[in-house]
Design a protein around this ligand. Sequence first.
Ligand code: OVV
Length: 411
Amino acid sequence: MRDMELIEGHRAITPPEGMPVWDVDPFDTDILRDPEAYYGELRARGPVVYIPRWSVLACGQYETTRTVFSDHENFVSSRGVGLNDFHLGEPWRPPSIILEVDPPEHTRTRRVMSRALSPKVVKTLVAMFAETAERLVEELVAQHRIEAVEDLAERFPISVFPPAVGMRDVDQRILVDYGACVFNAMGPDNALRRAALARNAQIAPWIMAACARERLTEDGIGAMIYADADTGEIAADEASLLVRSLLSAGVDTTVTGIGNALHCFAANPGEWDRLRADPSLVRPAIEEVLRYTSPVHTFGRTAGRDSQIAGFPVVEGTKILCVLGAANLDPGKWGEDAGCFRIDRRPMGHMAFGAGIHGCVGQNIARAEMEAVLTALARKVARIEFDGAAPWRPNNAIHALDKLPLKLIPA
Ligand code: OVV
């Protein structure tokens, strides 16, 4: 293609005729810290808008976001789910063979991962999750004041997920930072992405070494994936890349989910009382935390061919930001109280785990982790109170807290 102009490693587009144009940077740190007004304006401007800053389209209304995100035939993942188009330049790391592929390649790796993370497998883990949560929460309640991001939101997944995978090497800082790198890398070439790539240079060798078969036990999720290499369903190097996917997508996301849940309940003590009064609300409460806080706030797609969004023409090569956080707060879908945290809402169809063939393959284990923590807390903690400022930590794709000082008032 001659004279093709590139921006952020993708094809620069001219705004489709009649499409609203919005001069905003969705990856501005102020927006990433506090995205609600941006979400609202994105939805208000229309089903899809053109953003000249990065020459991308963005959608945030529920219906359009869901439609685009689920339409893997028109809006592909194989060209990257960040701003770089893998057709036009080298990806920052060897691409994920489940996230960054389309059918038919996706179908085989997805099957392997679905099996390794199936409800049946998760069931074998819940007792270990519950015991670990009970012990950790007991220790933290005795401590009274905690920094909940490090002490609980990070520590719990790090205590259960690497063992579930069967990892012999566990390092809280490296594992959490790796997820943050992967998600920051989905954004534009801003300070966050540059810092992530620099940090990744130190982390990636550790991560890849930890994914090797010899570094895994024979009874974990990692071993299940390697067993599928023995049958020939996948190749050995594919098994290690799928274990890398577990570490890319399975740590920082659940850390964020747990931290965000604690924030929701500290900010809404009435909802904490309701959960404690009726612990059977824990599952719907988790879904509401996910809807209300969208741990993954934005994911991209690339138009694999000329198509349309909401009646506007979209040319092949266009990058589209699917703003899951905006869809999850759309009053058009959730009603006028979409901006309220209500644990009995039962927000069917929220977009926190995405939708369609790429919908989060780890969602059952993620829910099980959150359930273990919230159940233990509900039994032992009467009130969760803020004990200082709780700033958010800007990330190009993750909506997570940087710090969460809390007081845990024992039951
Ligand atoms: C869903 C997700 C996020 C980040 C990384 C990956 C997947 C991966 O497969 O590496």
